[in-house]
Structure formats: structure tokens, C-alpha cells
Design a binder for this molecule. Sequence first.
Ligand SMILES: Nc1ncnc2c1ncn2[C@@H]1O[C@H](COP(=O)(O)OP(=O)(O)O)[C@@H](O)[C@H]1O
Ligand SMILES: [Mg+2]
Length: 390
Amino acid sequence: MQQHSRKQSLTNRKALHELSKSYELMEVIGRGVEGSVLRAAEIKTGKNVAIKHIKLDQMHPYIIKKLIREVQIQRELSLGPAAEFIPKMVSVVTDDLLQESLEHREMFIVMEYVDGMTLKQFIDKAQSREIELTSSMCTTIVFNLLRAVAAVHKSNVIHRDIKPANILIKKDLNVKLCDFGLARTCPSGSDFRIEVPHTKDARKDLAKSLYESRHERRQKPRQVSPHVVSRIYRAPEVALLHPTYSFPIDVWAVGCIIAELLQCVSEYHELSAEDEYARYLFKAISCDPLSPSGSVEEMENDLLKVILRILGRQGTADVQFLNRKGVMKIVKKIGEENPKIKFADEFPESCKGLAKVLQGCLMFNPHFRYSAEMLLDQPVFSDLRMLSCP
Ligand SMILES: Nc1ncnc2c1ncn2[C@@H]1O[C@H](COP(=O)(O)OP(=O)(O)O)[C@@H](O)[C@H]1O
Ligand SMILES: [Mg+2]
């Protein structure tokens, strides 16, 4: 009887029926907004795979479009320099996306199973001292993360949701980026380039030309969606609803992760083990106008204010990428009270090399922010660079 109803439910669920011919589902390993991720074993080989299961019933066409983009981007990345830094795509098993009469419509994205944990779980363990995180381990993790981000950028893709829960870390500290649900290719005609000016004069020239083109840039239609990246890891140009943003938003998020890792380094005992919030650099509780603040407390802890209070005073060149004079003035005013931060002064000797990388990631002006590729050339990574060269 039970077997009969199982058979019936499988025939009702065409995609699941198809999937169960090749895979045995084992356990849920992650849950997200649109569905869950399962570990499964390939029946033929016994090899593990990860399967992202998304229920498409009553799903908004926007979400379906996003899913198609996610699959396309992950597939394209699997063919280029980023292949070793993302879970390899195996197949997509899906019901007809447009067939509304089906009782169940669902999609299964089958990919390589990454045996390890998310960087979020890893940092949780480091904070509670279940893992002894040394500064040298931190350097290796950041180096691997930057290699992954640089490879994705080289493929002209912006991830747009870099955060510890979307980074998978293995025992050997190698990482893979997952969740390309918000990723997109860099819009053509974007002002952004992967190369960033090295010298002070070159930066001033760039800032001046951005300032002079501010009216023209203001007329451009918005090319990118405003609501991207989780608040704690969101770059100021996203918070400020800048009409274009690009690769630097991922580098900013890497900077926030570096700060989080450094807070949990065992040589740097200052953090309470219980309060997860304590390790975040930018402890914002709202991000006006994307997630508006209601109370006075929220307004005081709005992302932009929190960022500027920590980064401190911004010079004229730092704000000239903004296309309205009023906004430039406000930004300069908020940071005015505090001196510009030097991250190297904030961390113990063993972390100073990484603190310099952090400084490059958290440049307020996205045009000055170092690219992932440039950051890999920092002296702190020189040994790792030698080891990673074939
Ligand atoms: N290839 C994989 N191997 C192992 N675990 C994975 C894999 N892909 C995702 N996960 C786990 O599933 C969780 C959710 O996956 P993710 O792609 O981020 O989906 P969502 O869009 O729901 O956030 C991740 O945080 C991770 O724990
Ligand atoms: Mg996710």
C-alpha cells in the first residue's frame, strides 16, 4: 500500500521521478530562501553529490528567471578559469517551467558535493575556540578566497552575494564559492575596470574625471539591481544606490570577511564567544533606503553611518565617484569626526600583513579599491604564491 502511494507520488512528480533513477537522497545540508540543498549518492558509483531543490509552484517569474541565470552562470564558470573554485555542475533535472497545469513543478540542480563546511560554520567554531584559528591559517583562507574571487571576476562575473554562508571550505583550507543566485555578468559599458590606479596622482586624475562626468553619469539608466549582498557585507556604493557598481562590491565583502576572521584569530583574544555580532566589522542594523530604519537606534546604526564612523574622514577624491554634490557633502560630514583608519594599527604584529590587504579591500571609493588580482600580489601572500605556482 505504502509502496503504491510512493509510486503514485513519484509519477506525479516527474522531475523527482527522473532524479531518483540516478540518485539516492541522503540528508538536508542547507536551507535557503527558495529551497533546500541535499546530499545524495549517485546510485551507479556511490559518489556524493549536492542537489539544490527548488519548488517552482507559485513562484514569481522573476525568481524563475533568476534560477535560470544561476544555472547558466555556474555552467559558464565551470568552463573557464573559475572551474576549480566552484562546485562543478553535473546536471539540471526540472519539470517544464512554463507548464502551469502540473501539480508539482520543481527543479533539481545536481552539482559536486564539497566535503567540508561553510566558512560561516568555520568562523563560528573559531569564535567559540572549537577551532584554533592562527593568523597563518587566516592568511591561507584569504589567499584562497581571493584566488576564487579573482577567477570569477576574470570570467566577467560579479557574484553579488559574497558572505561566509556562500563559501565552502575544505579541511585543507581550500575554498569554493557557491550560490550564484544573485550573480550576473558585468554590464557592458560599465565604468569599472579590473585594473585600479596604483599611484596617488593617477587616482586624483581618475577622481577628477569622474567628478567632471557626474552629470552625464546621472542621466544613465540604472543597469543593475539595487538589492544585492547581505547588509553586513554590503559595499557603500550599493547602500548609496549608485546606478552602477561592479567587481569592487565583491572585494568589499571579502574585506568584511577578513575583518571577521581576524577578530577570531586565537592570538587576538578579545571577543566574547557567545555574541556572533561581536565579530562583524560593520554592525549595522538597517540600510536606508534598501531596508529602511524605523527607530532612532536604527538610524544611528544605519550601514553608511557605521561604515563611515569606522573608516573615518574621507578626502575629496574618495567621494568624487558619487554623482551628486549633496551626497558627497553628507558622506564627508559623517566621517569628519574620526581620523582615517589605518587597519595595520588596529591588529597585533602577526596580523599586520593581512590588515594591509583589508585596507585595500575597504577603500570607500570603489574605483580606488584594489582588485582581487592586485591583492594576491601583496607581500603577505608571497610564500603562498610560490607554492601555488605549478
Ligand atoms: N556543492 C555543495 N556542497 C556542499 N554543501 C553545499 C553545496 N552547495 C550548497 N551547500 C550547502 O547548502 C547551503 C545553501 O546553499 P546555497 O547555494 O547558498 O543556497 P541558497 O540560495 O538557498 O542560500 C550552503 O550554505 C551550504 O551549507
Ligand atoms: Mg546562500
